[in-house]
Design a protein around this ligand. Structure first.
Ligand SMILES: [Zn+2]
Length: 355
């Protein structure tokens, strides 16, 4: 079986070999660990074996001449189960190896390693990054993701930039996160572009860059990705409000409410209702808040309830108002809960319980 070894330090192929048994494999791993990468000179500490998909199938079915010596055949199972050394299967590896492995003097070896690295390292690096993120090894993940950024594959490059943004956002470094999210927006892949714009907007907003947030959310809406569009549109509405563009905010909230359950339509209905109320359109506000109250979202529902309480109070139906204030008072949001309790008390003074 033809095996390539890829270093997790530099994500280059550092060696390749024909192996025929578990004993060969163990010796090979020992030889590779601590060796020097022929392409960049880094010392190999962790490595991954790359084998051809067709050969892996051969191993599983027993058609491959693996362990055809004195050893028991189950030896190769450890090849797949070995957690210290991952293995990745790609199609076509054997082809590259087979064509060039003969006469593997140093220069040839270097050449083949370079060819394999160019073809496969970014894909391997992305998987390594995902595994590293899963176990919380951020620095390894970032190193791997930087390798993906050198890929010629637009989708992979953008995915890596997005993941890099996430690692910085998780650490609260919005400045660097925004930079990576902005890089991720430069892709032809719509869902990544949309998500990157949404996250870029959130980062800009946290940095106090309202105009940057507005542009990012606008682009997020324009992507037309149905998963992201509503979320970006709702946030865009809040930015317009903050910038004092009430007409634009109203229009954007209307659009978001119109998307129904696609995005943040209920949140948008809460905010749009507040704009309608301030314009004296109580009926329109009420129907929007009734719509928002239908949500299952435990963060949004209490806001809708509180506002509905105010509508009923405004209309003089205090018993109905109290019912909604009570619902709002049960929220985990302490500020809203306190407001709802305050309104509940003042309503109760007008209509004491039992009356
Ligand atoms: Zn290297």
């Amino acid at each position: 079986m033809l095996v390539g070894a890829l270093s997790h330090q530099c994500f280059h192929f550092v060696d390749l070999q024909v192996l025929n048994s578990s004993t060969d494999l163990s010796a090979y791993l020992r030889r590779c660990a601590g060796s020097t990468c022929p392409l960049c000179g880094t010392t190999v500490k962790e490595l991954e074996l790359i084998i051809d998909d067709a050969e892996a199938k051969g191993l599983r079915s027993g058609d491959s001449p693996w362990n055809r010596g004195a050893e028991p055949t189950e030896g190769f199972r450890r090849f797949f189960a070995d957690r210290d050394t991952g293995s990745t299967r790609f199609q076509g590896v054997a082809g590259i190896l087979r064509a060039q492995v003969t006469g593997s003097e140093e220069a040839r070896r270097r050449e083949v390693c370079a060819a394999l690295s160019e073809k496969y390292r970014a894909d391997v690096a992305f998987n390594v990054a995902l595994s590293a993120l899963e176990v919380g090894d951020t620095s390894k993940a970032r190193r791997a993701l930087q390798v993906c950024r050198e890929s010629g594959d637009d989708h992979l490059r953008a995915s890596a930039a997005f993941k890099l943004g996430e690692t910085y956002q998780n650490q609260g470094d919005q400045q660097v996160a925004a930079r990576w999210y902005r890089a991720a927006t430069q892709t032809e892949t719509r869902d990544i572009r949309a998500a990157a714009n949404l996250c870029l907007g959130i980062a800009c907003r946290k940095l106090g860059d309202l105009d940057g947030a507005r542009r990012a959310y606008e682009d997020g809406v324009d992507c037309g990705d149905t998963m992201i569009r509503g979320m970006a549109a709702f946030r865009l509405g809040t930015v317009y409000e903050e910038l004092g563009h009430t007409a634009k905010a109203r229009e954007t909230y209307e659009f978001t409410v119109g998307l129904h359950d696609e995005g943040a339509s209920h949140e948008a209905a809460v905010n749009l209702g507040a704009i309608e109320e301030s314009d004296g359109h109580w009926d329109r506000a009420k129907s929007l808040w009734e719509y928002a109250f239908e949500t299952e979202d435990e963060e949004v529902k209490p806001h809708a309830a509180f506002n509905l309480g105010r509508v009923w109070e405004h209309e003089g139906h205090l018993r109905e108002a109290k019912k909604f204030y009570r619902i709002a008072a049960r929220t985990s949001d302490p500020e809203l809960a306190a407001r709802a309790r305050g309104y509940l008390r003042s309503t109760s003074r007008v209509w004491p319980d039992g009356r």
